[in-house]
Design a protein around this ligand. Structure first.
Ligand code: F6P
Length: 511
């Protein structure tokens, strides 16, 4: 795309440069690639960037409509043009910046309502006096991935005696697993669906209801369902008591919704204080994103690096390796956030994007496990991918030798990817590692609600900034619609328009 053309000469120069030689040579360059905010530090010194390329990236952003669009985002103006909506996730953390006082007040009320419900649910108030032991969240996509990721990450912060389970898939085994060992009397189901029309969620919610009825009879359903949705009337039609339906705004995108009532499962299991602490961490990152100069702005820097690797150096994918068991689900969460937001082929105006613009394919896993699976590919395959290492300072400074060893492994991998090694002896060719492979390290102080909130907000703003540079709309997802329609056609037997191979499979599977 013409707009990103100024990156080309820098990419040409730096793709051949010795990566190790770029580090530690220019103090100003190294300092520019080391930034901190809200308990997070990004070390991007092992990126294939020099001061000139970094300046070119900053210039591109300055010449774009970034400042105006960021302003619109926080003020709650329309930034999702194809759906004619604002994107209200930052307002969920701080409604005071909204232009529309009515929306701001609805958001405040909604927060009060979920906090109140979460307090009382934790005390078993809605289960006919039974203590609450399990909350089963039924939802998919943004109504699942965010809450599920946060639940795993903050497990240590759970209220005593309450656990969460998550059901998203239509495979009946998913609900079966979530109900394993569950007592119907002490179980609460949260149906989380912005649209309240999603097939997976509604079918699983019906199955959950049938389970409750089979155990406790029709009367047992009462109080054991809650809903978080932007379509409260549909939750009522489903049979959920109005007092247990928690609305959120149409302008809150699914993959940005965990800050809203869609995070109800979290607010119940952790308590409103922990949920609020997450908001506080995210708010800190919001303030930094708004106020810090572009050259010291953490989400901006992360966006520029990812744009550089995608559009400049043409790396299609990016690996996220989180060196923490509890962050295992981070890559899954980021897959939706980034790929549903940036996986587009046209600009906001509908012009075709260039082949090397728009978002990256995100993949990854948990360190050090992944060192024993796909890291071989990262070290020696002819293609390569930038790696984001996520490290917890609290593990590195722990007294536990295993935690220290885990972090030492992380540092060793980044160094090895960059330095490589000459092969020696008979198997020299096999043992040689080319090196020159880029990575960043994101240091989190600890796995606490505030730092986690900041981590999520950092990535939300990074995606927003990338979208501005690519000039695409990160808040719609038209690409998921066709598959949904075709699945409905198969279900209703309307298969004449399908290709012969699919028709044959439909027949073989007896659908
Ligand atoms: O199919 C994609 C999607 O529309 C996501 O964007 C969304 O998070 C998910 O489905 C679930 O939608 P809902 O919350 O409306 O059930």
């Amino acid at each position: 795309m013409a707009d990103l053309d100024p990156l080309a000469p820098h990419a040409e120069r730096l793709s051949k440069a010795d990566l190790s030689g770029l580090v530690g040579r220019d103090e100003a360059r190294d300092q520019a690639l080391l930034l901190s905010a809200a308990g997070l530090t990004l070390d991007a010194r092992k990126q294939r960037l020099d001061a000139e390329a970094w300046q070119a990236l900053l210039d591109l952003l300055r010449q774009s409509d970034f400042e105006a669009r960021r302003q619109k985002l926080f003020a709650g103006e329309v930034v999702n043009e194809t759906e004619d909506r604002p994107a209200l996730h930052t307002a969920l953390r701080n409604p005071d910046r909204l232009k529309d006082a009515g929306t701001a007040e609805r958001i405040r009320q909604a927060r009060r309502a979920t906090a109140n419900f979460a307090m009382r649910a934790g005390e078993g108030e809605f289960l006919s006096g039974h203590p609450l032991k399990r909350v089963v969240n039924i939802g998919i996509g943004g109504s699942d991935l965010g809450p599920r990721f946060v639940y795993d990450a903050l497990k240590a912060w759970r209220r005593d005696g309450v656990e969460a389970r998550f059901v998203s898939n239509l495979d009946p085994a998913d609900l079966e697993d979530a109900l394993e060992g569950a007592e119907p009397e002490t179980t609460l189901f949260c149906v989380t669906s912005k649209s309240f029309t999603t097939q997976e969620t509604l079918m699983n919610a019906q199955a959950a209801r049938a389970w409750l009825v089979s155990k406790l009879g029709e009367t047992g359903v009462s109080g054991r369902f809650a809903a978080a949705t932007a379509a409260p009337h549909k939750a009522r039609e489903f049979g959920i008591e109005p007092s247990q339906i928690f609305p959120f705004e149409e302008g809150v995108g699914g993959r940005y919704s965990l800050w809203s009532a869609a995070g109800l499962v979290l607010e119940i299991v952790f308590g409103p204080e922990v949920f609020e602490a997450m908001h506080t961490g995210a708010r800190e990152m919001d303030d930094h994103f708004l106020d810090a100069p572009l050259e010291r702005n953490l989400p901006v820097a992360k966006a520029l690096i990812d744009v550089w690797n995608r559009a400049g150096l043409r790396k299609l994918s990016r690996c996220v390796a989180a060196y923490s068991s509890r962050l295992e689900r981070l890559p899954f969460y980021l897959q939706q956030l980034e790929m549903e937001s940036l996986g587009k082929s046209v600009t906001r105006e509908g012009e075709t994007l260039g082949a090397h613009t728009a978002g990256q394919l995100v993949w990854g896993g948990r360190g050090s496990d992944v060192q024993h699976s796909f890291f071989q590919w990262l070290h020696q395959a002819p293609a390569d991918a930038p790696v984001d290492f996520i490290a917890l300072k609290s593990l590195a400074t722990s007294r536990d030798e295993r935690a220290k060893a885990l972090t030492a492994n992380l540092l060793a991998q980044g160094a090895a990817l960059m330095a490589g090694r000459k092969g020696e002896g008979d198997l020299a060719a096999h043992k040689a590692m080319p090196g020159g492979r880029v990575s960043s390290t994101l240091l989190m102080d600890d796995l606490a609600p505030g730092a986690l909130g900041a981590l999520i907000a950092l990535h939300e703003h990074k995606v927003f900034t990338e979208a501005v540079l690519y000039r695409l709309n990160p808040f719609d997802q038209w690409g998921v619609e066709l598959g949904k329609q075709l699945a409905r056609d198969i279900a209703t037997g309307d298969v004449s328009a399908f290709d012969p191979a699919t028709r044959d499979l439909i027949a073989r599977l007896g659908l």
